[in-house]
Design a protein around this ligand. Sequence first.
Ligand code: PLP
Length: 395
Amino acid sequence: MSKLIYLDNAATTAVYPEVLESMKPYFTEYYGNPSSIYGFAAKSKKAIEDSRSTIAGFLGAKPNEIYFTGGGSESDNWALKAVAEAYQGKGNHIITSKIEHHAILHTCEYLEKRGFEITYVDVDEDGVIKLDELEKAIRPTTILISVMFANNEIGTIQPIKEIGKIAKEHNILFHTDAVQAYGHVPINVEELNIDMLSASGHKINGPKGIGLLYIKNSVKIGSFIHGGAQERSRRAGTQNVPGIVGFAKATELAAATMESRSAYETKLRDYLIDQVLSKVKYAKLNGHKTKRLPNNVNIGFEFIEGESMLILLDQAGVCASSGSACTSGSLDPSHVLLAIGVPHEKAHGSLRMTLSEKNTKEEIDFVVEQIAGNVERLRSMSPLYEDFVKKQEKK
Ligand SMILES: *Cc1c(COP(=O)(O)O)cnc(C)c1O
């Protein structure tokens, strides 16, 4: 098979042709600055406001509660830093989880250095946040709870409604990093009691470098980028008009296909999981079996290095990812896998495959065959595995 098999949709996605087409006129034809006065620029301005309405409708928000940013990381940074600054008169305590994206965790570390106190709440072995611990962590000085909607490594979906309810009962703001959930599972910010939400274009077949922060009108936080009056003066800078248009188009498509796409992906996901677990010994699914993103598969293999598996898969034209952060230059195992109780030595042997509706059963069959062969090959070179098998035989 010489065709590329792309199973890394949690990292980024292809821009859909319809999305690209929707963007094109705003590069070449309607290039006016949306802040300019003349009629020509009104085209760009209208495109932004229409996009804002589309996205607000999708989230159950008001259009003036949607702020366009440069991506998910920026939205996460803005939410945390701005709440910390605006609410420091009330307190200096923030609650988050141990399995957040680094855009949240590293921002929390930054805030800790500046005198804020952060509680990192535990998750259970499936990656679901412990609600009793979350509630116990609340102090009179707690100003924010930030818990991701769905995890980018293991796909676990959090009990967002319950967290929103707890936050509301205690009069604490609730932010969620919904970058992985947006467009994959239904989200209504009113019903879920969400005060702030981050999403990103390139994770849902939209362009890179565009994101949003939903800020409920009752939340009083400051600007992130100072300058012009764009985005109600809260995020200055000439808007990325084509990016915004593409993000809205991708949102529209995601909304229209969500049900059928998620049904298809869930079937393919469970097929892939079943096939791998039945063909490979000493393999285990990471994350919750059902409370998980329709397209996420994360499997831990004992006695292999995830990195070696990725290299072998790459040679067969398969793009996947490993649970460990080795690829980013660090040898530390994934904080998410450690948080769900995967022992240090096993946390290096995981493989994440995130599907799209473009993937087929034939592709999955090919990948399963590759994985089974690669595991055998890698284990045959592992002295640890040899010892393990000898011990098993003695029993
Ligand atoms: C990808 C991702 C981000 C970062 O989004 P960018 O648009 O790439 O900055 C943040 N949080 C989660 C959960 C993600 O998966």
